[in-house]
Design a protein around this ligand. Sequence first.
Ligand SMILES: [Zn+2]
Length: 319
Amino acid sequence: MKKFSIGIDLGGTKILTALINRETGEVISHVKKKTKKEKGPKNIIKKMIDSVEELIAESGKTLDEISSIGVGSAGQNDRKNGILIAAPNLDCYDLDIKGLLQKHFDIPVFLGNDVEIATIGEMKFGSAKGCKDFVCIFVGTGVGSCIVKDGKIITGATGTAGEIGHMIVDLNGRQCACGAHGCLEAYASRSAIERRIEGALKKGRKSCILEYLEPGKSITSSMIRKSIEREDELVMQCVTEASEYLSGGIASIINFINPELVVLGGGLINAVDYFYEKTIKKARAKSLPVPAEKIEFKKAALGDFSGVIGAAFLEDRGW
Ligand SMILES: [Zn+2]
């Protein structure tokens, strides 16, 4: 087995590419580029190719030393054929990622989704190392999750298992981007918190988050953290409300799947301890007594790199 592989985390705003030591999980070097989806899918492929070439040149390695390229992308994937079927936040449809990258580099290319690669990263070298039955939940722009059973990722009949963000938590609730009403994502994501805060500000509520806001820019997780450190009433209220919904969703997962461990990650969890602590406490309280007693919660350990590390191991999928 070759010692190195390359992981690419293809997201709506950035493309992170890294050269990974397969034995240690070490990120040897990495390149970050803006996705700029408005320039089209061809440009996204070009950016991935340029990133890989830059990494190889920078590290002094040759393609012969690299066993594969793994790409994790948001959206719906055809894992078997390596085709990105539909990724609305990338404006990509039926994009043959595997075919195009393989043709260019002539080494094996594998495709997975963004939550799946972050979960593989946590399973190999992060918070879920050594655990065979767990669920990873990532909270950021949306809410995504991945289920691992007996050390294997459960993808489901159509490859879409783990869509915790579209668990319906309010039958007559808010409209979700998926078209349904009352999905968890419409209540517990950073975007949901952002909309709540903005709505309240428009109605004249006071908040210190106004001091951090820039015109035309969205509310970031770090702005939320800073406002909570200053005990801002509005932000604390919106975050508490989101944690109420998220903990309900997590408790349902704990009752339904009975995992050993729940790993929580993503921008909002990483940045806002208050949100993480509140959520896990409530999730335990809302779960049935027997699983609640045993369930363990951990924060994801690899941060922004969990995706690229996991993507580098997509070739081993099956374990
Ligand atoms: Zn939905």
